[in-house]
Design a protein. Structure first.
Length: 882
């Protein structure tokens, strides 16, 4: 490992701060789970945000150090379109950072930073410059004392660049930055000067001194617990240490770019290779976290990244968009770009990453090729400075699925202006058409009704975790999407209660069924008022009880008894708890990067979808079943707790991507090694599940597998059914149950031997029943019709018959009321008259088929077989006259 490589700098940084009393934290995932405002983790401080806002420690630690994976390619932090065109922009990058949560403050932070850049990074003091916030005299004095710099090397900056805040309100404070001067041969001026944007002076490290809290009036009040947040981009630090102004000239990027040049050629196209190098890293890390390309949210960002890389690969070589071939430079140990030492998930998930990159590229290339051709027609005659019309870009996007960002990239390369207003107009008109089509549908009207009822009655109070029945009041009744005051026997309606034990479908778990019985008001002459609850679903935080009124009348305001189907709920609870255990087992024993992609918890089965590149083997399925059942039999208690989202995630609870959680209070369900955020119903002890059996494993999408399983009594019933089948087979075979496998093997072997003998007999029948016709040039024709001999037996016969180089064979049989004619021609004869040519002669007989010179197959009516054979005889004798 080179002393100036990215890997060595990362290692030095982490070791330096651990040695100086900091607790080492592994990188948090790129997919931000603790901050609803972020698509991705975009800074080193994001995983510690709760500690900064509360001033509390993290797992008891008051100081921390990390190398955080970051992504800026979506949402409010987006560098995607700049990648390739600048020296320093990346979608994926690593942020080195040290942090203090109410422990040390400015002087210690400055001293540690100075020691690291001068002693560990070995940067010359003569090349270093410092900036501080103009009003932060304290930081200025500390820097002056530690560095001995003259006043003009510690620059006071009054802009927001040197004052950091989380938002309009909350923790904030002044910043101090360390800059590196590349020298006079590079264009640019010191920070704060009019030439500061040049590359000569580059920011290496930013130290944030969080000492204030800004209130809603904009006033700055001192924080009781002052914090430190620092960030140094690893790629930029490596560029400084390696003496290059361009991050893409550092060791890792040079290796990836060389690999891109090997795969796609065109070494002079630096922009394309830079884009591919950057985007491969970003895509690889996102896929390793279980993300797959899609059309929404984070999945769409991944799709954009991959497709942008494919577009530049296409630019380099239109016949080759195999961007996955660049990946090994990151995942193969010993390669110059290897990142598996710090991030082993890249190596573990290499197969999944490769297949995702390949399939997304192959699936997009046709759209890209078609879109590029159409775009070229539109812009081919435009000169730099002219405008690419927005309606053209919108047509490409709307009709052909051609991404707008690729259109913008191409326009930028050609020096064209883009008519964003025209594009927005087309998009707006399309949305208006969609709304016009949608408004007035029953579902939309129903949604508005539930929103109105929720505003009137607030959320349903759910008591189903603790009880199976309760008294309740009927707040509202709806029938056919309209609110009504009453509903009668035989009608279907939705009842809204103030309190309910019925679990509403959510988180993959099906809604409860049961009954609602009237306990007050006037009874009908036939007895009580009874409604069968056929399902429970959720809308606008209301539990909607879908009912069939089996007797009596229900009115708004009635007092009722609401009771769930307890047996059904118990089966749902068992399947839901088993799903959690299955998820944990998959992550522990199959792949630690597995994430839930969907689930169904029904009363008769469970279904679990997860990211994984290949089908599970029989051995893996057996391992999963064994481990899930072991955990069930351990009879661990199932515990629930409520805490903040941040505390839950920090405590190891799994949060499902795409789910919405409250930041203040979430429900955590734990059972043994499994801990997940979940609002569903569960058993009290894992032993209550009874047993677990996988009934199927399949692929449902690229990189997504599905397991279906059963639990409890369903397993017992299934085993009994399988046992009955096994017993029946053993009786038919005449062997004990324990010898069924050997008995079947013996039977199959006997069947195969009999089939071989039967095929030989059929071949003898064919050979003995057809009369050869001697033609010219030594060619011999053999024709015959054998309606009872199978096609595969005739095909097998042809394999040996065609070895006669001057032989021509036309053998017909019957299949499902149709005739099939197989034509075989030996090698010598086929040079004059091939089997496929003979097929053409049967066109007048409605013969349909094809083949090659040696072998062909034709389907025709049974009544035309003899005429077809005569036609072939005439054709062959004409081609080979005696």
């Amino acid at each position: 490992m080179s002393s100036g490589s990215l890997s060595s700098i990362r290692k030095k940084f982490l070791e330096f701060f651990v040695k100086n009393g900091h607790k080492l934290y592994a990188s948090a995932p790129l997919v931000a789970t603790g901050d609803a405002s972020l698509l991705f983790t975009s800074a080193g401080m994001v995983p510690f945000k709760q500690a900064f806002t509360s001033g509390s420690s993290v797992d008891g630690a008051k100081t921390a150090v990390s190398s955080q994976k970051c992504l800026r390619a979506g949402g409010k932090h987006n560098d995607l379109e700049n990648v390739g065109y600048t020296n320093r922009h990346h979608t994926f990058f690593e942020m080195l950072g040290n942090f203090s949560f109410g422990d040390y403050f400015k002087e210690r932070a400055i001293e540690l930073a100075w020691r690291f850049v001068t002693e560990e990074m070995c940067l010359s003091k003569d090349r270093l410059w410092i900036t501080v916030y103009s009003e932060d005299q304290e930081a200025f004095d500390i820097w002056k004392k530690i560095t001995g710099f003259p006043d003009d090397r510690i620059i006071k900056i009054s802009t927001s660049d040197n004052f950091w805040s989380m938002g309009d309100t909350g923790p904030c404070g002044p910043c101090s930055e360390i800059f590196y001067d590349y020298g006079e041969h590079v264009q640019g001026g010191p920070p704060g000067s009019k030439d500061a944007d040049g590359p000569r002076f580059t920011e290496v490290w930013n130290l944030v001194f969080m000492q204030f809290c800004r209130d809603e009036h904009g006033e700055l009040n001192p924080l009781p617990h002052k914090c430190i947040d620092t960030g140094m981009g690893l790629e930029r630090a490596a560029a400084v240490v390696q003496g290059v102004c361009d991050n893409y000239d550092t060791d890792l990027f040079k290796a990836v770019i060389r690999k891109s040049q090997d795969v796609f050629g065109s070494p002079d196209n630096s922009i394309a290779h830079r884009v591919i190098a950057d985007h491969i890293r970003a895509a690889a890390f996102l896929i390793s976290e279980g993300l797959s390309p899609g059309n929404e949210g984070r999945n769409y960002v991944l799709r954009r990244i991959i497709r942008r890389a494919v577009r530049y690969a296409y630019q380099l070589d239109p016949s080759n968009v195999a961007i996955h071939e660049v990946l090994p430079v990151l995942t193969k140990e010993g390669s110059a770009g290897y990142m598996g030492d710090a991030y082993p998930e890249l190596v573990r998930c290499e197969q999944s990453i490769t297949s995702t990159l390949r399939s997304e590229g192959e699936g997009f290339v046709d759209t890209l090729r078609r879109g590029m051709a159409l775009l070229e027609k539109e812009i081919g005659g435009l000169s730099p400075g002219q405008v690419l019309l927005g309606d053209v870009a919108f047509k490409l996007y709307d009709t052909f699925g051609f991404p707008l960002d690729i259109t913008l990239d191409i326009a930028k390369e050609r020096g064209l202006k883009f008519d964003q207003e025209g594009f927005n107009k087309g998009m707006g008109e399309q949305k208006a058409r969609s709304r016009k089509h949608w408004v007035g549908s029953g579902e939309d009207a129903s949604h508005r009704l539930w929103e109105e009822l929720q505003a009137q009655h607030k959320n349903t109070r759910f008591v189903g975790y603790d009880c199976c029945s309760t008294k309740a009041s009927v707040l509202s009744i709806t029938r056919d999407g309209m609110a009504v005051q009453s509903v009668n026997s035989g009608e279907k309606a939705c009842l809204l209660l103030d309190v309910s034990p019925f679990y509403a479908e959510s988180g993959g778990q099906e809604g409860d069924k049961g009954s609602i019985t009237g306990v007050s008001g006037v009874k009908n002459s036939g007895g009580a008022n009874i409604a069968e609850v056929t399902y429970t679903r959720k809308a606008s935080n209301l539990h909607i009880h879908e009912c069939t009124i089996t007797s009596g009348v229900f009115n708004v305001g009635d007092t009722v008894d609401a009771a769930i189907d307890v047996d059904r709920r118990e089966r749902l609870k068992a399947n839901h708890s088993a799903t959690h255990i299955l998820h944990s087992v998959l992550r522990t024993h199959i792949d630690g990067n597995i994430q839930q992609k969907g689930s169904l918890v029904a009363e008769d089965k469970l279904r679990f979808d997860f990211n994984y590149a290949s089908a599970l083997t029989k051995e893996q399925i057996a391992l999963i079943e064994r481990e899930v059942n072991r955990r069930i039999m351990s009879n661990k208690p199932v515990l629930t707790d409520h805490c903040s989202f941040e505390a839950a995630v920090q405590g190891g609870a799994i949060a499902l991507f795409g789910e919405k959680y409250s930041e203040h209070s979430v429900r955590v369900v734990s059972m043994g090694d499994s801990k997940e955020l979940c609002g569903g119903t569960h058993v009290r002890y894992t032993g209550d599940i009874g047993a677990f059996k996988i009934v199927s494993e399949s692929g449902i999408a690229l990189g997504v597998r599905r397991i279906e399983a059963i639990t409890g009594q369903s397993v017992v019933d299934g085993l009994r059914k399988d046992g009955d089948i096994l017993l029946h087979i053993s009786e038919r075979l005449g062997v004990p149950v324990g010898e069924v496998s050997e008995g079947l093997e013996r039977l199959l072997k006997e069947k195969l031997e009999l089939k071989k003998k039967l095929v030989c007999a059929w071949h003898e029948i064919i050979k003995s029943s057809i009369s050869p016709v001697n033609c010219g040039a030594g060619v011999v024709l053999h024709c015959g019709y054998f309606p009872t001999i199978p096609v595969d037996a005739i095909m097998e016969f042809m394999k040996s018959a065609r070895k006669a180089e001057r032989g021509i064979f036309a053998i017909a049989t019957a299949v499902d009321g149709k005739a099939v004619l197989i034509i075989g021609v030996g090698d010598t004869a086929s040079k004059v008259l091939g089997a496929s040519e003979l097929v053409k002669t049967l066109a007048d007989l409605q013969g349909k088929g094809g083949g090659n010179a040696g072998l062909a197959r034709v389907s025709l009516e049974v009544g035309n077989v003899q005429e077809a054979l005569s036609t072939i005889l005439n054709k062959v004798t004409a081609a080979f006259p005696t």
